[in-house]
Ligand binder design. Structure first.
Ligand SMILES: [Zn+2]
Length: 253
């Protein structure tokens, strides 16, 4: 992080001074390879110019790019942990992305802060269809055991597992559950976790029960794409211009 001829401390104080008064700029931090570095979150490109102008004033002996003193990103992709101000990514950057943060009582907490409150994190996902991120905490460290069936839901044929039905089967038997999984481009593979003492009962309930949707999403989607009638999917087509495609604006339609 050192800038030409400047100490890290001078860079840090120049950065802080440059952010003062820019309401759309938030000083956060990140850690990479065990080193803590500043991370600035900006509401707009306009805020970036303001910070950069300030930085030029605070470092009169030459232009200094923001990149030289801090990493930065825009607030539609990044936010801060409400407890420790660490940067968290809020928008997916890959098919398999899962949030490494969660809301606990309206506070957004990063993975490190969640690890300090594992029971609160588990409570958010207990008996919910959302996937708990097992890179934050491992359910087996907290008395849960994984049912030995891998479920799949998606648009490849046969991927018809229904987390709502699975949850209903377990709730009716008074068994708590958590889901973990791996999202892909067209599907999600997922696993069910239950308290260890309920593992045998849950396994036989899920093996014997009807855990699938009434229809196969892959088969029905293929029908829809071929123009055949299906009550489950509706395909709408429209032609987009080269400009729309390049700008990415077609995606929000
Ligand atoms: Zn935190």
């Amino acid at each position: 992080m050192s800038n030409s001829g400047m100490t890290e401390e001078a860079c840090d104080s120049a950065l802080k001074a440059s952010l003062a008064g820019v309401s759309g700029a938030t000083l956060s931090w990140m850690e990479s390879n065990g080193v803590r570095t500043p991370f600035v979150i900006l509401d707009s490109w306009d805020d970036l110019s303001k910070v950069q102008d300030n930085l030029n004033r605070h470092l009169p002996d030459g232009l200094c790019e923001l990149e030289a003193v801090s990493r930065w990103g825009l607030s539609d992709e990044y936010a801060t942990c409400d407890r420790c101000m660490r940067m968290v990514r809020t928008s997916p950057d890959s098919w398999s992305w899962q949030p490494d943060w969660a809301y606990i009582d309206d506070d957004r907490l990063c993975s490190a802060c969640l690890r300090a409150e594992p029971e609160a994190y588990l409570a958010v996902y207990r008996n919910s269809q959302n996937l708990l991120n097992d890179s934050i905490i491992k359910p087996d460290d907290y008395g849960y055991a994984r049912v030995g069936v891998r479920f799949e839901r998606g648009l490849h044929q046969g991927q018809a597992a229904d987390p709502i039905r699975i949850g209903r089967i377990l709730s009716e038997a008074d068994i708590d559950f958590l889901f973990t999984g791996v999202p892909g481009q067209f599907d999600v593979q997922f696993w069910v976790w239950v308290p260890s003492a309920d593992l045998l009962r849950a396994t036989s309930l899920l093996e014997e029960g009807d855990t699938n949707l009434d229809y196969d999403p892959g088969t029905e989607m293929a029908k829809a794409l071929r123009g055949e009638a299906t009550p489950y999917y509706k395909v709408q087509t429209r032609t987009i211009s080269a400009e729309e495609f390049i700008s990415g604006r077609w995606k929000s339609d």
